[in-house]
Write a protein that binds this ligand. Structure first.
Ligand code: SAH
Length: 232
């Protein structure tokens, strides 16, 4: 956990925006209904403004998605908190994340879990995400560039899988790489305006699906997601 005693190792602007982060956490509680204190504590600490383009830093703590490089978006704080809460990870968890984007969600997961393996299909984003995470002193998260719909078999099975882009169905390789008792959260939808956040729990005999409400994400593009041609 980030703490004041090790502040000398932090970037100089680490303490900037502290008040904005406090307000964000209060909104996560009161407006988004987040109750997991561990998730709230981590989001109070991580400097989200370092994950957005410099010109947008002053807006980093509002509850909206923001554009990042390569035409992608950093997810809004509320959805980051909700997806993290749904996964219920702890320090023993091995987590797979698809669509690392800015790396913010990766950092949040890494502070709560044992190990995070994150995949991003755009090389420029994957590199930047890995660099940001290292600069924050987070060493239990690895970001690699490839098609995340294939999963990352080398480190499977996973206690938790988070997909941060919307596909037509949950990719089969991800279901296969989930541990029995493990949880997967992903936006699923046939069109950009009709996406639902789905929580899947693997049981000894199959998979339980729960619908956790509407959401809006960029498309999951890959072998078991949308192909460029099918993308709308
Ligand atoms: N949680 C991230 C969200 C980024 S947006 C953040 O808050 O910054 C979703 C990301 O998914 C985009 O960066 C996009 O490039 C990536 N993506 C889409 N399809 C993918 C795939 N098949 N494999 C890996 N990443 C993918």
């Amino acid at each position: 956990m980030l703490n004041a005693s090790s502040s000398s190792q932090r970037p100089t602007n680490y303490f900037d925006f502290r008040l904005a982060r406090e307000r964000m956490v209060e909104r996560l509680r009161s407006q988004c209904g987040i109750t997991d204190e561990r998730v709230l504590a981590v989001m109070r600490e991580i400097p989200r403004h370092l994950f957005v383009p410099e010109a947008l830093q002053s807006r980093a703590y509002g509850d909206h998605a923001l554009p990042i490089e390569a035409g992608q978006t950093i997810s809004q704080p509320c959805i980051v908190a909700r997806m993290t809460e749904l996964l219920a990870v702890d320090e023993r968890s091995r987590v797979l994340e698809i669509g690392a984007g800015s790396g913010y969600q990766t950092a949040v997961l890494a502070r709560l879990a044992g190990q995070v393996y994150a995949i991003e299909r755009i090389a420029e984003l994957a590199r930047a995400a890995q660099t940001r995470i290292r600069h924050l002193g987070i060493y239990n998260a690895t970001v690699k560039c490839f098609d995340g719909t294939l999963g990352w078999n080398a480190h499977a099975p996973y206690d938790a899988i988070l997909v941060a882009a919307s596909g037509p169905t949950v990719p089969d390789p991800l279901l296969a790489q989930l541990k029995v008792g493990g949880r997967l959260v992903m936006p699923v939808g046939r069109t950009p305006n009709d996406q639902r956040l789905v929580l899947i729990t693997r049981t000894a005999t199959g998979y339980e699906h729960e619908d956790r409400g509407p959401c809006t994400f960029v498309p999951l593009i890959g072998r078991y997601g949308w192909t460029d041609e099918r993308r709308r």
